[in-house]
Design a binder for this molecule. Structure first.
Ligand code: 2M8
Ligand code: MG
Ligand code: MG
Length: 277
């Protein structure tokens, strides 16, 4: 088994960013050697801090599927297409933030910019938009592959903007608060790439549980054997197209997540035994 999970609104409470209700379940998964892959809109810097807080040493996926960070030595050798730095082997299906910013600047000249974007926002504005602390907001703006926009225009303008981004070779994804502009990737594509990497090294098929609360999680839920939609206190659950094994949690955030994982691995689980072990 492999579990891919969103952070905000899933492993972390939407408002308080607390992970406490998920801690015992995360520890139990670790004991059972079931890797939890953190897969979020967040940046590398943010993820490094959260991985520590969550006691997680597995690969992780940043900026909505833009890059996969694999701790060096996690697999017997470096995956073929990965580049490496001092700590990680890095697969990068995404685009570069500077190319996205160049597109935004050009697009704004012609169509205006009915949004607040991180690159031109002050730290105080990011704090106000996210509820993060100052140093956390700084880490959130340490981006390499994507740009979050706090949309201030109407829905129609947003759709037209998304179409122009696509035509320019980028894509857009709606997160809990922001519209993210990124390369032609998403959480599902990156999860699949990482799953194949696990399978190549273990020479075994691995099954995937994915969990998330927002529209930007749907691609990841779609590639999973079991999909968990975590209920949000802030927005309705996203519409999931047909999925044969879908759970929607009763509780919100990390409590909902822990309950769902508990149900899947419980002795009297409604899931077939071969799905449990
Ligand atoms: C942004 O991501 C969330 C994820 O759903 C959003 O769109 O609301 C990112 O900027 C991320 O880096 C940041 O930590 C988060 C804070 O709420 O917002
Ligand atoms: Mg989320
Ligand atoms: Mg997210």
């Amino acid at each position: 088994w492999l579990i891919a999970s969103d952070l905000d609104g899933t492993l972390l409470d939407h408002f308080s960013y607390s992970h406490q209700p998920a801690d015992a379940t995360l520890a139990a998964l670790e004991v059972n050697a079931i890797p939890v892959i953190l897969n979020s809109s967040k940046t590398r810097d943010e993820m490094l801090v959260l991985r520590q807080a969550l006691n997680n040493q597995h690969p992780f996926i940043v900026e909505n599927g833009s890059a996969i960070f694999i701790p060096r030595g996690y697999f017997p050798n470096k995956p073929e297409l990965a580049r490496e730095d001092a700590e990680f082997w890095i697969l990068e299906p995404g685009a570069r933030r500077q190319d996205i910013l160049a597109f935004l600047a050009k697009d704004a000249e012609k169509n205006g910019a009915p949004y607040l974007n991180f690159d031109s926002a002050s730290t105080e504005e990011i704090v106000a938009a996210t509820g993060l602390a100052t140093h956390e907001a700084e880490r959130a703006n340490q981006r390499d592959y994507s740009e979050p926009l706090l949309w201030q225009g109407d829905e129609q303008q947003k759709l037209a903007f998304a179409a122009r981004a696509n035509a320019a070779g980028f894509s857009t994804l709606q997160g809990g608060r922001f519209l993210h502009v990124l390369g032609q990737t998403d959480k599902g594509r990156a999860t699949n790439l990482l799953k194949k990497t696990y399978q190549n090294y273990t020479r075994r098929e691995c099954r995937l549980i994915a969990s998330g609360d927002g529209p930007n999680d749907l691609d990841m839920l779609n590639v999973a054997d079991i999909a968990i939609i975590v209920r949000s206190p802030a927005h309705p659950p996203p519409d999931l197209p047909y999925h044969p094994s879908l759970l929607v949690t009763r509780e919100t955030g990390p409590q909902g997540w822990a309950d769902a994982i508990g149900d899947i691995f419980a002795a009297d689980s409604p899931y077939p035994a071969q799905m449990r072990n």
